[in-house]
Design a protein around this ligand. Sequence first.
Ligand code: PBG
Length: 323
Amino acid sequence: MAFPTQRMRRLRVNPTMRNMVRETSLSVNNLVYPLFITYGKDKKIPVNSMPGVYQYSVDKVKEEIHELGALEIPAVLLFGIPEYKDNMGTSGCQENGVVQEAIKTIKDINPNILVITDVCLCEYTDHGHCGIVEQDGTINNDKTLELLAQQAASHAKAGSDIIAPSDMMDGRVGYIRNILDKDGYSDISIMSYAAKYSSAFYGPFREAAESAPQFGDRKTYQMDSANIKEALREVKLDIAEGADIVMVKPALSYLDVIKAVKDKFEYPTAAYNVSGEYSMIKAAAEKGWLDGESVMYEVLTSIKRAGADIIISYAAKDVAKVL
Ligand code: PBG
């Protein structure tokens, strides 16, 4: 059937019609809001490169949790900025660490909010790498696993609902699953950053989390942006090791990867709409070059359309207000 019998514009005549035939709808249920937790008291420090995003001390997280509750955003993803860093990232495992304290505080305020915790060394190491650095500058995969597992176990003990390892060491999902089960946390889920690319889009995050590598880059552990088959192998391994949710990160430049992962594995799939994706829209909007709210909505919709079930975004609050 062709024109004039078929007229595609008939189903676009008005908003009601368009709403009825819409194929993809964003829901607040899909959104996760990242939070940066810093040490000390009474702090709400703006992140320069991410307008609207702040570092909070644990005591200041309360108002934020109330706001998220009012917007019905179901989950947060926590990152820690500790007072002290060392070459092993030991402050990431402390019982009274920033993230551990934040988990308890958030659960006290609102037990219904899902607390997802990022597990990695880069926020806690003085060298800023996601693993243990050897004398020659290489990252030791297997020595790192034990530290990641300890950090994950300490999050679980504090009350985290979902452990999200973002380090990209080989074998860490299985290693963490093992420790969680042994410690009695077999009901706690793992959302693995399965296909995490080495991306320049993380720039603003590294300011927010104070986690930029002090030498070299992350290319020996994070993926090459040119690869998609490798992403499928990464995801396959993480699922085999026990991941409950698999993540693709970043999102916007990797929509094909999101789609391929969802189509191939049919697993709960998360996509991380990362810091740089947020900042570039905010910056252009501040200049009046584009309508930030509409563009953000369009971007998140495209991520969902590609196949993501869960979207982690700094724009979660902005988008929830529109929804
Ligand atoms: C830690 C981590 C990073 C991000 C999430 N977890 C930074 C990195 O790998 O350098 C990036 C998130 C963002 O850019 O919003 N490994």
